[in-house]
Ligand binder design. Structure first.
Ligand code: ANZ
Ligand code: ZN
Length: 825
């Protein structure tokens, strides 16, 4: 398309944005009615963090949710599409330290900036439900929920080695350690032994797996796969080993109990209590030195198969329960303290990690499964697969692994030496943080009574007013140093006690916010169960794949606990999930160092909100990444201007009957409605834009060289366009709607319906047979009458030749596809 001719009407994006933002705000256009007259649907965008102004990533994520919300509203659903902020967290605290301010100042200023930008971006949000997790009236309920978890034994404290970020001076969950580094600041993470709070999510491991059946086909497959891997169910057995000189047996977890006869040594995690307990005096010094090194090593490194194996002999022996063999006990860091039981039987012939270790330290390798592959001891390659049992006592001769496992488990069980078992990779959720800007943990530590929950009626435990240097990281929570705040009377005995000075991981705040949206002002609980029952589960959740694991897993866990508390009657919070792609530039993620950032505000200033939104949507399916170097907001803007101009040209009267209009254009209009509806239903939002473009072109042609602007078919086309476009480009659509004579707003109109009669294709190929042989193929209008069709067939030269002067005895017409002619003999 060429550029716009001078002097034609065009829409003023900035003025339209101003006008309609004001209208939508005043009219509360996007607040749900909640009157039960329409089916309810809850559309949720992932919780924004107030890090700064909106960026291109937000532009993509939020337009996808907005399309769904607007489309459903037009389809007649009562849509709830709320907004709020996940407003606790470290960046605010670090900014506050740097500026000698309170984290709230930075946080709430950023929220205001983002809120303005969300409004400008034309999102159909319900602002009446707005919440912030750092508001005391919100975190009161985060604390209340914590206490319910605590009462159920699902929140508990224990000492263990935890990931420690030396820069942020706080513990990190395993999930927040990325390749051995702190997810936030990049510092190398080390281990510290600390007493921390955990949520017992492991109690829900199996349900988190099982309930995924509800999400199959509704969540992206890759997200389900990531959840499944993270939970990591492993089927195997526990086997008890005697350790010489120790009364208690030590249990190992193995997925291959059938290789028990091939165990040649025994390994415990160096950082497990057991290792320090087992090591004899002769090896203690060496062991302590090794343990110190292990603590500097991240769990990811420890699991790397590339790394050379390290370890220390502990001077002790275990006894193989099935054959009484003496197995040397080692400590080695490839065994993790927090998985299984923290101890293993090593079967080097059939486990690569064990083989690498055996070859490094000269330990024996014994094959107990003959696989036909080269001997592991000499090849260096373990043979983990199926084969024939050898050297395995009662297992010898069994046909396969599952028979072997069943047999050995039965025997172990009969002898009281083991049992079939399931373990999970999933660990309990470490939720305490030694930082200020988070939700305080509502527990009081009393020297006499121990842990005492803060009584419900004393919630919220509000943060004290600390700012600037008082927040600087010092290894313990800044709250611990706030004397006035931390020292309290024990609610139980009245004696001097101290508040728990840690705050909660912000993932706790965001694990239940979607419930609060259903009744944001509720004061009797975190939410009104009746409101939640009406609106939830969320019909459509939209957000980035970076939340594929933790946020979703934690939200699913919270939902199940709320279910068990009798507060909700469903077990999965999000019925459908859409992961939008990312916006990149010149093939790479946008970054300061590459200087390839695209500023959303600047794009909007240049092209207007509608053009930016439409460009994002048109670039490809929502799941795909968009390279901003490959798209053209300028040409998108020209398309929107062409659409707008159509609305300025319609001259037929408001309400003119389209049935009297141009048939070809009507067909195009209804084909477009049909195609766009299908595209939106199947999440191919880019296709809607392409179809709308075709209809704009067809309407243009109809006005310029066809039926002209007064034809009611033109009005019908432009009205349909305005409604359809409104989900993507709401401002220009509102302008068009007004130009067409409608009262505001197009958001309150209804989605157009395609007339099936206008969807049949306009022409088709009719086959003409003479005596069963095809003699002609004729292009005919699908609506051609039978008489006309038969006349056309009989006049066709090929048919005339085939008849060769014979009279016609019979004509069978199956229109519009076939006319079959039977001549006289
Ligand atoms: C003996 C054996 C023989 C094993 C064999 C495997 C193959 P997944 O599948 O990941 O659950 N293991 C158990 N606890 C461990 C820990 N704390 N740290 C490191 N490794 C541990 O892995 C289970 C297998 O990993 C277990 O089965 C154990 O090695 C090892 F031919 O036991 B196996
Ligand atoms: Zn007390």
């Amino acid at each position: 398309m060429t550029s716009e001719p001078e002097g034609r009407a065009s829409y003023d994006a900035a003025a339209a944005q101003q006008r309609w933002q004001e209208f939508w705000a005043k009219d509360d256009t996007f607040a749900p009615r909640d009157d039960g007259r329409r089916e309810r649907r809850y559309v949720l965008d992932m919780f924004p963090y107030p890090s700064g102004d909106l960026h291109m990533g937000h532009a993509e994520a939020f337009v996808m949710g907005d399309i769904i919300a607007r489309y459903w509203r037009l389809k007649g659903y009562d849509v709830m599409h709320p907004i709020g902020w996940d407003s606790f967290g470290l960046p605010a605290e670090n900014a506050a330290i740097a500026r000698n301010a309170h984290p709230a100042e930075w946080t709430y200023a950023n929220i205001e900036t983002q809120a303005r930008s969300f409004r400008r971006y034309g999102l159909s949000l319900d602002w009446t439900r707005r919440l912030h997790t750092s508001d005391p009236e919100y975190y009161r309920w985060t604390q209340w929920l914590f206490l319910r978890f605590y009462e159920k034994g699902l929140a508990y404290r224990r000492a263990s080695y935890v990931n420690w970020c030396p820069v942020d001076q706080t513990v990190l969950a395993n999930e927040q350690v990325v390749q051995g580094a702190c997810e936030r600041c990049g510092a190398t993470v080390t281990k510290r032994k600390l007493t921390q709070w955990y949520f017992k999510i492991t109690d829900y491991a199996q349900r988190l797996l099982d309930d995924m059946s509800q999400l199959e086909g509704k969540w992206p497959d890759r997200v389900l796969a990531m959840q499944r891997n993270w939970i990591g169910r492993s089927d195997g057995a526990y086997v008890d080993f005697r350790i010489e000189g120790r009364d208690e047996p030590v249990t190992v977890f193995t997925t291959r109990p059938d290789t028990l006869f091939g165990a040649t040594f025994f390994v415990v995690a160096p950082d497990a209590e057991l290792a320090s307990e087992l090591v004899d005096d002769e090896h203690r010094e060496e062991f302590e030195a090794y343990l110190a090194r292990v603590k500097q090593t991240s769990e990811i490194e420890r699991q790397s198969t590339e790394r050379e194996k390290t370890g220390v002999f502990l001077g002790r022996y275990a006894t193989n329960p099935v054959n009484g063999e003496r197995l040397p006990v080692w400590a080695a860091d490839y065994v993790l303290s927090e998985y299984g039981t923290g101890a293993i039987m090593a079967v080097p012939a059939h486990d690569q990690r064990d083989l690498d270790f055996a070859l490094t330290f000269g330990l024996p390798v014994r094959v107990v499964i003959e696989t036909g592959l080269p001997d592991p001891g000499s090849s260096g390659a373990a043979t983990p697969g199926d084969g024939t049992y050898v050297n395995s006592g009662p297992l010898d001769g069994l046909p396969d692994t599952s028979a072997g496992i069943a047999a050995i488990c039965a025997q172990l069980e009969a002898d009281g030496l083991g049992r079939a078992a399931v373990t999970y990779r999933l660990r309990d959720w470490l939720l305490s943080r030694q930082r200020f800007w988070g939700c305080p943990i509502p527990i009081i530590h009393c020297p006499a009574c121990g842990e005492v929950p803060v009584p419900d009626e004393q919630l919220p435990v509000e943060l004290p007013d600390l700012r600037g240097a008082a927040l600087a990281p010092k290894g313990v929570s800044p709250l611990a140093a706030a004397e006035d705040w931390v020292n309290v009377a024990c609610p139980h005995c009245g004696g001097p006690a101290k508040r728990d000075a840690d705050t909660m991981d912000t993932f706790v705040d965001s694990s239940w916010y979607f419930f609060r949206y259903c009744s944001p002002g509720y004061t009797e609980g975190p939410f009104d169960p009746a409101d939640v029952a009406r609106w939830m589960p969320v019909a459509q959740y939209v957000g980035g794949v970076e939340h594929a694991i933790l946020h979703l897993l934690y939200s699913r866990f919270f939902t199940k606990v709320l279910h068990d508390l009798g507060m909700v009657d469903f077990t999965e919070p999000f019925s459908r999930l859409l992961n939008q792609g990312q916006v990149i530039n010149q093939g790479k993620a946008m970054s300061k160092s590459l200087n390839n950032g695209v500023d959303l505000g600047e794009q909007i200033d240049r092209f207007g909100v509608d053009a930016v939104r439409t460009t994002v949507v048109f670039a490809g399916p929502p799941e795909d990444d968009i390279d901003w170097a490959d798209v053209s907001p300028a040409s998108t803007l020209r398309f929107l201007q062409r659409a707008y101009r159509l609305a300025t040209e319609v001259t037929s009267a408001f309400g003119a009957d389209p049935a009297t209009g141009d048939l070809a254009l009507r067909r195009q209009t209804h084909k477009t409605i049909h195609g766009v509806t299908e595209a939106l239903e199947s999440g191919r939002f880019n296709v809607e834009v392409a179809r709308d473009m075709e209809l704009v072109n067809a309407t243009r042609k109809a006005i310029d060289s066809g039926c002209g602007p007064a034809d009611p078919a033109v009005r019908e086309a432009v009205e349909a366009l305005a409604v359809m476009l409104s989900v993507v480009a709401p401002y220009v659509a509102e302008e068009m709607w007004a130009l067409l004579g409608h009262a505001p707003s197009v958001a309150n109109s209804t989605w157009p319906e395609a007339d099936p009669a206008l969807l049949v294709s306009e022409s088709t190929t009719m086959v003409v047979q003479v005596q069963g042989k095809v003699r002609a193929k004729i292009e005919i209008p699908t609506t051609l009458s039978e008489d006309d069709a038969v006349a056309l067939a009989l006049a066709d030269p090929g048919v005339v030749r085939a008849l060769d002067g014979r009279a016609v005895r019979q004509v069978i017409a199956r229109l519009p596809k076939l006319v079959s002619i039977v001549p006289e003999k």
